[in-house]
Design a protein around this ligand. Structure first.
Ligand SMILES: [Zn+2]
Length: 127
């Protein structure tokens, strides 16, 4: 399966507002934006207007550890095991700056940990 990265979008099957395996009976399909990869799955962003069971709220420390962009701090997430991904909707051809969260088309990692820090953030760390 494709290694997904933050900003990629996937769809998942839902049954009674729980994420279920695509092979199970389901009554809804919903789209989510991936914010981090962890273990055998991904954390996806759950906007506050979506009602979903088993959402998690991560502390700022957990967000930092997972490399979640700060625009997602104090938001709700749902953990999606990779075999629960129904369909990969959009794979970003580029990267998000891990400091400001802006998207850069065709950008490649420029940091040792395979993340990207954009030019503006590099010249101005207090941006
Ligand atoms: Zn930046």
């Amino acid at each position: 399966m494709t290694q997904l990265k933050p900003g990629d979008c996937v769809t998942c099957c839902l049954k009674d507002k729980y994420i279920v395996s695509p092979y199970q009976e389901h009554d809804e399909i919903m789209q989510f934006e991936i914010v981090a990869q962890s273990g055998f799955g991904y954390y996806a962003y759950v906007p506050h207007y979506l009602f979903l069971n088993k959402t998690v709220r991560l502390s700022e420390t957990q967000c930092v550890t997972l490399g979640i962009n700060k625009r997602f701090y104090h938001q709700n997430f749902v953990y999606i095991r990779d075999n629960y991904v129904h369909e990969v909707k959009k794979v970003l051809d580029g990267m998000l700056c891990c400091k400001c969260g802006d998207f850069f088309l065709m950008a490649a990692p420029n940091q040792e940990d395979q993340t990207l820090i954009c030019y503006s953030c590099r010249i101005n760390p207090y941006r």
